[in-house]
Design a protein around this ligand. Sequence first.
Ligand SMILES: [Mg+2]
Length: 172
Amino acid sequence: MKVFVPNRYYESIYDIDYDKLKKEGIKVLLFDLDNTLALISEGKPPKKVLDFINYLSNDFDIYIVSNNNYDRIEEFCRPFGVPFVHFALKPLAKGFKEVKKKGHYKKNEMVIIGDQLMTDIFGGNRFKCYTILVDPLGKKDLKVTYFNRFLENLIIKRLSKKGKLERGKYYE
Ligand SMILES: [Mg+2]
């Protein structure tokens, strides 16, 4: 069950303590796309996200790492000019490995920030990089996510009984 517990948990990407991450030696932020940076219905990044990612890129390398297809990610990432990995196969290591190789990062310099326990957090913990969970931006998920959410709810139920993770109880 430990592999499902994120290192930190915040309401959204805007609540994360990035200064702290920087001080701890994090060099690269891997952002999930759907329901982390934007709603699944948002083809282009909202201005708020665009400005925020640009601001963060002063201090960190940034990658968008998504299990979604090339067209979705490419269209979304075009205005940023940030690199991305599509079809990342989270929770498998493929996407994480790709970023690690591209930037010659160490695992302890990498953090995955995402809204799903079954892909982002489980994947990051297995890969042994830093993991940050955020609440999903919207209630609507991709169809492929429905089953993961079902499992996620079961896991959160168990974890909350043990006092390890509870929806809305943020920690760092
Ligand atoms: Mg997501």
